[in-house]
Write a protein that binds this ligand. Sequence first.
Ligand code: CA
Length: 229
Amino acid sequence: MSRILVIEDELPLQRALTDNFTFERYEVIVAGDGETGCRLALEKKPDVVILDLMLPRMSGYEVCRKLRAAGVSTPILMLTARGEEADRVVGLDLGADDYVTKPFSLRELSARVRALLRRSAPLRTLPDSLRLNGIDIDFRAYQATRDGAPLELTRKEYHLLRLLVSRAPEAVTRDELLNQVWGEDTHVTERTVDTHVANLRAKIERDSRQPRRLLTVHGVGYRWAAESS
Ligand code: CA
């Protein structure tokens, strides 16, 4: 169960967020001012923080800045009012991961929270190894064999495969694969992902034209099928 910290001083909104995320099976912690929110973020180690910008005692900016300065890398989603464009930019500069403008729909907010959790989750759940059809892959040592003979994979192929396996059976978008595997490298496009997937298939699938494991999700990206269908 993911733990979510809601830092919001408007009581009706505080209640709506608590109900919504409790219903969605999160453990919800609530703070009504910036100072308390900051303390709870440090003490309770939530998986994600929803942070209102205008708060008593300590502003959302200040909370964000303090948490990042303290080395807290928890995803932070900021709530801003309409027309606070400049504020949003400052918020992102200070280390917020995303923002939602009030008034927002709870559905949209939930979707954003899930996206933030997904982005931070692979760090905790990456597999160390993979074994299938005579192929043995050690993701940490960057070593792979097929029927005992060395199988050459590039570093990017290791990273790509490890991420897809960690998220199986969920699909991972090309965009996210780019962000996670290539990071800040701006000389790559979504075609780059496709090329690497094609190479990877040629190495690990029995028939790369009819992949059973590394599957294409049309219009989205790719997914790993742990059990071939
Ligand atoms: Ca407020």
